[in-house]
Design a protein around this ligand. Structure first.
Ligand code: PGA
Length: 251
């Protein structure tokens, strides 16, 4: 089996201001900088990225963004392009279910964002996941395969890609998927990557996201196709984030 480096990516969402993002980043730095064998990523809101990026410069912790516009530049009021982010971040989350739901982002748009990020040398973390209605109707597998293939449409930079399976019903609900459900879907994600990329599927990290914490992380990361976690709530507490990192380092 291919050994992939575990990834713990923290999505701070619309939380923290300049002061608290500084404090959080410094605490995370202190608690996790020395930990090796794990890719550590924090994704602050846009307005604090520059600050956090400067603080973490030269450390082992990478900074990511939570969104990017698919256009290179131009009249897109309030938007941020990939070239603006390059130099500040290594990764960017695209297609998070909150953006798909609240901002009406389609998989076609997500694919364009992933390609824009890639072109600017930024690794996209492409998110996919089904709603509770889709799961209850038994269509989760076909929904996620379709959503992920569309989101990866004409993507080519397979060496620099992370995929996150995040069931919508598990995000922020305190009700994580079971490790069996998460493994089944992570395997589906990897099959989609295999169909599209050929031989790169074994090197792309596939994460699970949705109510991950230091108590349940081991169940997920111990699965053959799950390489880490995309974490919301637990990433806002430095100690909890650090626990996730330390646990992931043992895999
Ligand atoms: P959560 O969020 O860990 O708070 O459930 C996960 C995510 O949205 O990535």
């Amino acid at each position: 089996m291919t050994k992939r480096t575990p990834v713990i990516a923290g999505n701070w969402k619309m939380n923290t201001d300049i002061k608290s993002s500084r404090e959080l980043a410094l605490q995370i730095l202190e608690l996790t900088d020395e930990v090796t064998g794990v890719t550590k990523i924090v994704c602050p809101p846009f307005v604090t990225i520059a600050e956090v990026s400067e603080l973490l410069h030269g450390s082992s912790i990478q900074v990511g963004a939570q969104n990017v516009n698919s256009n290179p530049d131009g009249a897109f009021t309030g938007e941020i392009s990939a070239s603006m982010l390059s130099g500040l971040v290594n990764t960017v989350i695209v297609g998070h279910s909150e953006r798909r739901t609240y901002n009406g982002e389609s998989s076609v748009l997500v694919a364009a964002k992933a390609k824009a990020a890639s072109k600017a040398g930024i690794t996209p973390i492409i998110c996919t996941g089904e709603s509770i209605n889709i799961r209850d109707s038994g269509d989760a597998v076909s929904f996620v395969s379709h959503q992920l293939s569309e989101s990866l449409e004409s993507f080519t930079n397979w060496e620099s890609l992370i995929v996150a399976y995040e069931p919508v019903w598990a995000i922020g609900s305190g009700q994580a998927a079971t490790s069996e459900q998460a493994q089944e879907m992570a395997l589906i994600c990897r099959q989609v990557i295999r169909e599209l990329s050929g031989n790169m599927a074994d090197s792309v990290p596939v994460l699970y996201g949705g109510s991950v914490n230091s108590v349940n992380i081991s169940e997920f990361i111990g699965q053959p196709d799950i390489d880490g976690a995309l974490v919301g709530g637990s990433s806002l507490k430095a100690k909890e984030y650090s626990k996730l990192v330390h646990i992931a380092a043992t895999y």
